[in-house]
Design a protein around this ligand. Structure first.
Ligand SMILES: Cc1ncc(COP(=O)(O)O)c(C=O)c1O
Length: 413
């Protein structure tokens, strides 16, 4: 008996891609990370926390305890919704730090916030549906929603976050009702901007009035170095139809891939669970328990956050000072109260993608701003991360960046 030769499909292609993959691109940041992995490059490109601050010792103890006392369950398959004690701890934690009142059955443990973006996209977005987003916007959200063929409506943003008058205009002019309002209210990625208290109240009221769900993405809320803590959108009176998301990536370690969605709407929750089941069955039984065991060591997590804050605050200050010292006239930047990034604007005519070439020859890297902009092309902005470089590297890196900008403006390419 002879085996039949494999038949090509009708159009001659064996693999025929789904339409939804048409807009999928490797993240510009992941591409730049390849360059920055080269030795001696000072990188302000990634969004990486400082590895020297990872709580390795206490985490090792947590992992040991989990394996010693609950090893079989930690290595076994588990339920999709997440490890129940961790879901309870998250409720207690959110009540304490964010005044969010939620119950464990509203908490879904996910494998990183990035998975949350994908799952919410999967459950809520049909091709052509619109999502209202900040401009510039978090690239990972665009990447996730792109896979569901979303369209974006951008709202003007200033130093206090999205401009609410513009949000009202966008909602009035929308031909189809937007499906979501996606926001990063604290120390936004990429801009570092924080939504002001008044704007938070206004956004909640406007969204409730227009019946638009808010998707509040809050990975950086605990990393505040100056100014007053501001209430999360979900905790503001009158907030309805809000989904809240946070993660241990920036407070403990991103390698855990442990994050959570708070979804008070039962129907949405019940659709997201099978969507997650289809994606990965559940988040790692082991890392969920390890995060929980770590968080339960008395005082340890809060002491760790308290140790990180002054280090990051100093790095932010040093970057701001260095920018003031070394950047040429006509450049400007945001002054974030927390988080990991600031956003710089070069003089008109500077293309930061070209500038990156000059900068990388001087062994310094950043993320060019163009991919973060939605529905428009802006070439003269860049994102700078200040959490992942030492004090000396920050000063030296910004010195080199200033030289690269001057060389570019003098005509070097
Ligand atoms: C706004 C925002 N959302 C989500 C994420 C993804 O975080 P996680 O590590 O939890 O997947 C990031 C990471 O940088 C982020 O900045």
């Amino acid at each position: 008996m002879s085996l039949a030769a494999p038949q090509p499909a009708f159009d001659g292609h064996v693999f025929r891609f789904a339409q939804r993959t048409g807009r999928l691109r490797a993240s510009a940041i992941r591409e730049i990370l390849k360059v920055t992995a080269m030795p001696d490059v000072i990188s302000f490109a990634g969004g990486l926390p400082a590895p020297e601050l990872f709580p390795i010792e206490h985490f090792a103890k947590a992992c040991h305890d989990v394996l010693a006392h609950d090893g079989a369950a930690a290595l076994q398959y588990s339920v999709t919704e997440g490890y129940p004690p961790l879901r309870e701890w998250i409720c207690e934690y959110l009540a304490r730090v964010n005044h969010i009142a939620c119950t464990p059955d509203q908490v879904l443990i996910i494998s990183g916030s990035q998975q949350g973006l994908d799952l919410i996209g999967k459950v809520l977005l049909d091709p052509g549906d619109t999502v209202i987003i900040e401009n510039p916007a978090y690239l990972g959200a665009i990447q996730a929603f792109d896979a569901y063929q979303a369209q974006y409506v951008n709202v003007a943003t200033d130093d206090n976050g999205i401009v609410t008058a513009d949000l009202i205009r966008v909602l009035r002019e929308a031909k189809r009702k937007p499906k979501l309002l996606y926001l990063v209210p604290n120390f936004q990625n990429p801009s570092g901007i924080t939504l002001s208290l008044q704007r938070r109240r206004d956004v909640v009221a406007i969204a409730a009035e227009h019946g638009i769900p808010i998707y509040e993405d809050d990975p950086y809320g605990r990393l505040r170095y100056s100014g007053e803590h501001l209430p999360s959108l979900m905790s503001i009176a009158g907030s309805r139809n809000c989904i809240y998301m946070s993660t241990v990536s920036k407070t403990i370690a991103p390698g855990m891939r442990v994050a959570w969605l708070v979804i008070p709407d039962r129907e949405v929750f019940e659709r997201v669970v099978p969507a997650k089941q289809a994606a990965d069955l559940h988040t790692s039984s082991f890392t969920q328990r390890a995060v929980y065991a770590y968080a339960c060591q008395p005082g340890v997590f809060e002491a760790h956050v308290a140790e990180m804050l002054p280090v990051y605050a100093r790095r932010r200050d040093l970057m701001l000072e260095s920018l003031a010292r070394f950047m040429p006239e006509g450049t400007s930047w945001t002054r974030p109260d927390g988080g990991l990034f600031l956003w710089a604007r070069m003089p008109e005519g500077v293309d930061t993608e070209e500038l990156l070439e000059l900068a990388s020859r001087r062994l310094v890297a950043f993320v060019p701003g163009r991919p973060f902009w939605v529905n428009c092309v802006v070439r003269n902005t860049m994102r700078l991360n200040f959490s992942n470089a030492s004090d000396e590297m920050i000063v030296e890196g910004i010195l080199r960046l200033g030289e690269a900008v001057r060389a570019y403006m003098a005509g070097a390419k």
